[in-house]
Design a protein around this ligand. Structure first.
Ligand SMILES: NC(=O)c1ccc[n+]([C@@H]2O[C@H](COP(=O)([O-])OP(=O)(O)OC[C@H]3O[C@@H](n4cnc5c(N)ncnc54)[C@H](OP(=O)(O)O)[C@@H]3O)[C@@H](O)[C@H]2O)c1
Length: 334
């Protein structure tokens, strides 16, 4: 049987485990041109909460659907000449043990990388950080770069990449422990606790001449504070807005928009990593070089067992993670 997490109803307000049910379905029959994949590692993404809303950019997960999610998996059966059993792939495999897809829905992965690295630095997470920093943010040496959710999966890599590019990097994270970790372990120049009283003042003091690039994972009040400190020709990289995903009433849009973009001649640009599929090999080549040289640290918190996926997503939305969160539900067969 194929165990799967089903979304029972569209959640209202903060996510709870009550909206999911673990069910069993028959193992799918492999038709002509199809590939059966065993999911080994499920990526946990805050965006999964946004995918349950009608405003989702990739189509809403509806009640009765298997919950959507990026996965790293291994081909167990194939009726396509493009893939053979044992191949390692990345796909939108969902919260389930087995998934039936077609070759155009699969990205072939290097089986020599660890599953931890495939789901983090060489997966959606690392490439999002890479394209956000270099292609959207277009950072240059000596610039001042601010990164929100800096202790999280994308933010922890984005900040390190900006350091590698020769920038002065300030992180924003929730709580003093995370801030200390971002500086001491990841090598950011400074980190600020957005939950602390006087956060906006601290940000102004941390970048007295302003910001060149803001890599924003969060939106809301954190974005407001950053917008008040833009240098001329600043770039705001809109990677995500996690402050909005798990609540019914979104935080108000900044009163500084749009006028601050005009006065600062700034560029605010959103992107989805899938827009950069053609450039992905170059991104991965660079990321691999920096991981191998030790310049880029990869931190992944791997939960074990399909039954823990909803809990682990809720903990991620509450900020109880450092680096990439994922759930391992299988091991590579050699
Ligand atoms: N554009 C793309 O293609 C793309 C691809 C992947 C991910 N993303 C986006 O990138 C962002 C980060 O994703 P991730 O996978 O790396 O997750 P993550 O940063 O590892 O986890 C989310 C973090 O957000 C912080 N957070 C939660 N609620 C918050 C709030 N109200 N205000 C401020 N911070 C809050 C928490 O850290 P604290 O303890 O610091 O609050 C939590 O650890 C998300 O917005 C996601 O949607 C975009």
């Amino acid at each position: 049987m194929n165990r799967q997490w089903i979304l029972l109803r569209t959640p209202v307000g903060a996510l709870s485990t009550q909206v999911f049910e673990l069910r069993e379905a028959p193992i799918p029959h492999v038709g002509a041109g199809q590939v059966l994949i065993r999911n080994l590692m499920l990526s946990l993404d805050p965006a999964a909460r946004a995918w349950m809303k009608v405003t989702s950019y990739r189509g809403q997960v509806m009640p009765g659907d298997v919950m959507h999610g990026f996965t790293i998996g291994q081909v167990v059966n194939s009726r396509s000449p493009a893939y053979k059993p044992g191949d390692v792939v990345e796909c939108m495999g969902g919260w389930q043990e087995l998934v039936l897809l077609t070759p155009d829905q699969l990205v072939r992965r290097n089986p020599n990388h660890s599953l931890d690295h495939l789901v983090s630095v060489y997966g959606i997470t690392g490439t999002t950080a890479y394209h956000g920093i270099f292609d959207v943010g277009r950072v240059r040496p000596g610039e001042i770069v601010l990164v929100s959710a800096a202790a999280g999966a994308v933010g922890s890599i984005a900040g390190q990449l900006a350091k590698i590019a020769g920038c002065h990097v300030i992180g924003i994270a929730g709580g003093p422990e995370k801030c200390r970790w971002v500086v001491e372990e990841l090598g950011f120049d400074a980190a600020l606790d957005y939950k602390a009283a006087g956060f906006a003042d601290q940000l102004r003091e941390a970048c007295p001449s302003g910001l060149d690039v803001f890599f924003d994972n969060v939106g809301g009040a954190v974005l407001d504070a950053a917008l008040a400190n833009l240098r001329m020709h600043a770039r705001i990289v809109c990677c995500g807005s996690v402050s909005r995903y798990d609540r019914e009433v979104p935080p108000p849009t900044s009163p500084l928009l749009p006028s601050v973009l005009t006065t600062r001649r700034a560029r605010m640009e959103g992107f989805v990593v899938l827009d950069y599929t053609a450039q992905r090999p170059v991104a991965e080549e660079h990321l691999e070089r920096w991981v191998t040289s030790g310049e880029l640290k990869v931190v992944a918190e791997i939960n074990q067992g399909l039954e823990h996926v909803p809990d682990a997503l809720i903990r991620l939305l509450a900020g109880e993670n450092r680096g990439k969160s994922a759930v391992q539900i299988g091991t590579l067969a050699h």
